[in-house]
Design a protein around this ligand. Structure first.
Ligand SMILES: Cc1cc2nc3c(=O)[nH]c(=O)nc-3n(C[C@H](O)[C@H](O)[C@H](O)COP(=O)(O)OP(=O)(O)OC[C@H]3O[C@@H](n4cnc5c(N)ncnc54)[C@H](O)[C@@H]3O)c2cc1C
Length: 405
């Protein structure tokens, strides 16, 4: 028997969050955030009061112990209201990477950084990408060498979401660095995960990018020059950083799927409002079949992707609660979410912009913020589109058919 409804608790959570967003994330406020290039003051603390930061972490660690279905509800609501997707990025980076760090970190890191982020006073982000590239996670060049009870970290990370917020909030990033030479044909081995406080001596901010979209959150880079990390800043076991990285990506890519269906749904609704009012050739443009066909296709696709996202969230919950699906099986579905949802959202936003004619091309119309924001996930934040295809094909055909094996 298949059940397609949310629990009473999940519905209640959606209602509370929806009402909060209607007050705090109006389109006017989102536009202001986009123009000023920063989140509204106090919003991070208010999100903490709603239990949104790293909400998937268990209650005994200070989280709300939310399941992944509930986290997707949050991401969808935030994506619906903040179509620029800056606030959803802040939310989803922490709910996925904060979750992975919390699962594997020491009590010290949890107390000093993870719990602080949960209270809305800190930030836990992800920094895997390096100047040499982001897709080939196993080929990163940053290194870690053990010296007594410290690790000496050297290297550079770039295109990192939330660098400026991390500095201001005295937060940090999950990083992976090479701590042992790669065995032949197994470059993912010998990578170790650490929590890097951004304000640590030896960390130097190298860049703030002038991004195309999601202006409310910064993207930057930093260098690590002989950073001395205490050994209890290691996350997980030595040499196992790659696997924790994959855990973080799983959560992030799933929540990106939910964020993008939220943004797409908002675009369709804004588009429908417009085509009912706007007249051409003596009638509302919503009476023309050319528009009906696009609208119907987009709605059908939206509903299909909603089902995919929530089914995948359910699989993720089953994996963590009951070890029911293998991590690779779940990762295949997660990659399908990351592959399809951002591109669909971009497409749906573009359709609604086209229905709006010249108005759609102005900043008086909110849709262009969504167009710019969602594009970041089409391009590659939390994993390039083709990499999702590589993951799916690997599961369909077997590892022996991977190009680089
Ligand atoms: C707005 C934004 C925010 C970001 N935030 C973060 C962050 O917080 N932390 C972080 O670590 N990184 C972040 N990134 C970086 C992101 O993770 C990388 O962009 C992504 O992993 C791709 O890496 P790359 O840009 O170096 O592209 P590359 O790896 O150089 O890939 C370039 C192109 O080649 C294609 N390609 C690569 N390998 C294959 C293959 N095997 N088969 C077919 N095609 C392939 C890719 O699909 C892509 O189109 C962010 C990126 C953006 C745009």
């Amino acid at each position: 028997m298949v059940e397609f409804s949310f629990t009473e608790q999940q519905e209640m959570f959606r209602k509370i969050l929806h009402e909060w967003c209607q007050k705090n994330l109006t389109l006017e406020k989102v536009r202001e955030m986009d123009t000023k290039g920063m989140m509204p003051p106090g919003i991070v603390k208010e999100m903490a009061n709603l239990g949104l930061h790293i909400m998937t972490a268990p209650q005994e660690h200070g989280g709300t112990g939310a399941d992944w279905v509930t986290a997707c509800i949050a991401a969808q609501e935030l994506g619906y209201h903040d179509i620029s997707i800056a606030i959803p990025v802040f939310f989803l980076v922490q709910s996925s990477w904060g979750f992975a760090v919390d699962r594997h970190c020491t009590e010290r890191v949890r107390k000093e950084y993870v719990n602080k982020a949960m209270r809305g006073e800190g930030f836990v982000g992800i920094a895997t990408t390096e100047p040499g590239g982001g897709s080939d996670v196993a080929a990163f060049k940053s290194t870690g060498k053990k010296e007594g009870n410290e690790w000496i970290i050297n290297g550079e990370k770039i295109y990192i979401s939330g660098t400026e917020e991390a500095v201001k909030m005295d937060g940090g990033f999950f990083i992976t660095v090479r701590t042992a030479p790669a065995p032949p044909r197994a470059a993912h081995k010998g990578m170790t995960g650490f929590f890097l406080p951004i304000n640590m001596p030896g960390v130097e901010i190298t860049k703030r990018f002038d991004d195309v979209g999601r202006m409310g959150i910064s993207t930057g880079g930093f260098a690590m020059k002989n950073v001395r990390l205490p050994e209890d800043y290691m996350v997980g076991e030595e040499g196992k950083g790659f696997y924790i990285t994959m855990e973080g990506f799983d959560g992030a890519r799933l929540l990106i799927g939910a964020t993008c269906i939220g943004a797409a749904q908002r675009a369709l609704e804004l588009g429908m409002d417009y085509i009912k009012e706007r007249k051409a050739f003596g009638q509302p443009i919503g009476k023309f079949e050319g528009i009906h066909f696009e609208l119907a296709d987009d709605w059908a696709q939206l509903e299909a992707l909603k089902s995919l996202v929530y089914r995948t969230a359910w699989m993720m919950d089953e994996k963590y609660k009951h070890r029911r699906f293998s991590p690779l099986e779940v990762a295949q579905y997660i990659s399908a979410c990351k592959l399809k949802c951002p591109h669909f959202a971009l497409h749906a936003i573009e359709h609604a912009m086209l229905w709006m004619g010249a108005y759609g091309y102005t900043k008086e119309c909110p849709l262009e913020m969504g167009w710019r924001g969602v594009m970041s996930y089409c391009i590659g934040a939390e994993g390039a589109t083709n990499i999702q295809r590589v993951v799916i094909a690997r599961e369909l055909l077997g590892k022996e058919y991977m190009a680089h094996k």
